[in-house]
Design a protein around this ligand. Structure first.
Ligand SMILES: C[S@@+](CC[C@H](N)C(=O)[O-])C[C@H]1O[C@@H](n2cnc3c(N)ncnc32)[C@H](O)[C@@H]1O
Length: 544
């Protein structure tokens, strides 16, 4: 079964693992085009020669160095560099601590044989050169794979490559699991050849590595990372997709112009890969994708430039007569799912018994199948230990970065007061309407930067819990320092970027060397099966 990949790759040029002839394509990875978190004119890997990498990895930073460290942005390139350092450091240790001589970078477009040593936190396989001084980043590979890769771009300590061929598959690779014909070219879903268990265990390690690399905390100050909770659906789960297409530089599409590629980014390039169907989308979203592609083709000359298409599922639920099941009344219902493409149109989503309406273009979690379990878990974590028995109805909830009110509504029952904040006035309008619709009458929502909440809150900190769910870049220090000043009893941090989560909770604990807050739990939920992304959580309690 595994051989089918090797055979296919060898005999067929249309194999997903030989997707393009790279020689004529300019290699322009996104992290070079948009160097968020990189300062000045430094490029990824600068200053990370083998010796720098090894020394930096081994030696503990002094307090002075720690203070002057720039705040990590948790960006793709930073995360990759930490993995590169780790591998170079390990290889240095294996060589009994003797410094290695520097290698010259391999020739661009040369093909080399590699053994994959590690699956990086960015989702690509990593191999190390025989002399241990250079790391090769090879997409779509698993530790244990032996591969041929083509070098497409060199950096001081690592090289980006394209996978040419898997010559000997790892025992952990199962190509029979691959379900999408764009695997090997599309930049999403690069874990399709891995079992669910492998994916979950890898994501657990990613969270642990994030804590090790980005929290700046001594490991004694945080618990070991718990398992990642699986998603009920492994494909067909995404309720929102945003394929796009590029347009002409100026003048719009002319009559009879060729239809551009419509889809997602080609792996390792800044080009769009034409995609007709995306099997991680829900059925409604997949149908919508097909009709939107047709719409673009038929109306191309109405587009002035490239565009991003919005495909978002909406669920219309009709209840039939309630059936009595002892003291419980169960209600049966029928769902009709449609795909909404107008960003201003309202979509409806259900999470358990809670109904949410929000404009299609506003934020909502993308994997509905996991949300009931997830919000149930968050609700349990928000309970203040000890207070539950005394009087939980005297407790309060702050919902920072509340969006359209997911946590206030799903986890807010039983709190005496709730205060939510979000920067999007559109989301705040939705949160207010959703709270009313779902019978949450003690919640207030304000529009503003997250720290605006501190001017408004009058909840007693010893009976206040805070759920913090920021965007990928995490919280800024102004918010965190004011949070620390308020000192609420319980914090539940949720994040789709476990690196900024580690940075932020590390910052909170570090300010007081763990005297104020301790980290009770860290773990994750598999919101994004088949991809390298993971939703992380951390639960903190204020020490009494
Ligand atoms: C990951 S979403 C979480 C939303 C909500 N908790 C949910 O689960 O549906 C992050 C939210 O942060 C909001 N946001 C981004 N920057 C913000 C800021 N500086 N202050 C407050 N809210 C912000 C966004 O509008 C978005 O709704």
């Amino acid at each position: 079964m595994r051989r089918s990949l090797r055979a296919a790759v060898r005999v067929s040029h249309s194999s997903p693992f030989k997707p393009w002839n790279t020689n004529h394509l300019q290699y322009r990875p996104l992290w070079v085009a948009s160097p968020s978190g990189m300062s000045g004119t430094k490029r990824p890997g600068d200053g990370l020669g083998p010796k720098a990498g090894v020394k930096g990895w081994k030696r503990k930073r002094t307090a002075q160095e720690t203070k002057s460290q720039p705040r990590p942005a948790g960006s793709h390139e930073e995360v990759l560099l930490r993995d590169v350092e780790l591998l170079l450091g390990q290889s240095h240790e294996l060589s009994c601590g003797h410094p290695q001589s520097d290698t010259t970078a391999p020739e661009q477009f040369s093909q080399i044989e590699l053994s994959i040593a590690m699956l990086g936190s960015t989702g690509d396989g990593l191999a190390i050169s025989q002399d241990g001084t250079r790391v090769y980043v090879v997409p779509f590979t698993v530790p244990g794979d032996k591969v041929v890769a083509k070098v497409v771009k060199n950096f001081p300590s690592y090289s980006m490559t394209d996978l040419v061929e898997v010559t000997e598959p790892s025992k952990d690779r199962n190509d029979d699991l691959i379900f999408c014909k764009y695997f090997g070219r599309c930049s999403g879903c690069q874990f399709q050849m891995l079992s669910e268990d492998y994916q979950l265990q890898h994501k657990q390690k990613v969270i642990a590595k994030a804590m090790q690399n980005f929290s700046n905390l001594d490991p004694s100050l945080f618990p070991s990372v718990g398992g990642v909770m699986p998603s009920p659906l492994l494909r067909g789960y995404r309720t929102k997709l945003t394929p796009h297409f590029d347009g002409p530089r100026r003048g719009g599409f002319k009559e009879g112009a060729p239809v551009p590629d419509i889809g997602f980014q080609l792996k390792g390039r800044s080009f769009v890969l034409d995609i007709e169907d995306c099997p991680i989308g829900t059925d409604a979203v997949r149908d919508g994708f097909k009709s939107q592609r047709n719409y673009v083709k038929e109306n191309l000359n109405t587009f002035k430039r490239g565009a991003t298409l919005l495909l978002r599922e909406s669920t219309e639920r009709t209840f039939s007569s309630g059936a009595s099941d002892g003291p419980e009344t169960t209600q049966s219902y029928t769902d009709v799912k449609t795909c909404i493409t107008d960003s201003k149109a309202l979509v409806t989503e259900w999470v358990g018994r809670a109904k949410f309406a929000s404009p299609a273009g506003s934020f909502f979690q993308n994997n509905n199948s996991i949300l009931e379990k997830f919000t149930g878990f968050v609700q349990e974590q928000l309970v203040i230990p000890g207070l539950a028995e005394r009087d939980s109805s005297e407790s309060y909830l702050i919902d920072a970065y509340c969006g359209s009110g997911l946590f206030s509504i799903c986890c807010g029952h039983g709190f005496k007061g709730i205060l939510g904040v979000d920067i999007s006035s559109q989301s705040i309008e939705s949160a207010k309407a959703n709270a009313k619709e779902n019978g949450i009458h003690n919640a207030r929502f304000i529009t503003g930067n997250a720290e605006a909440i501190f001017a408004d809150v009058d909840f007693p900190p010893e009976s206040t819990s805070v759920v913090i769910d920021p965007p990928r870049k995490g919280c800024d220090e102004l918010f965190l320092s004011q949070l620390l000043k308020l000192g609420p009893k319980r914090l539940v941090y949720i994040s789709c970027n476990v690196h900024t989560m580690a940075r932020d909770i590390g910052w909170l604990v570090q300010q007081d060397l763990g005297k104020d807050y301790s980290i009770d739990k860290i773990g994750g939920f598999d919101f994004f099966p088949q991809t390298h992304h993971v939703e992380g959580y951390a639960v903190l309690s204020k020490n009494s």
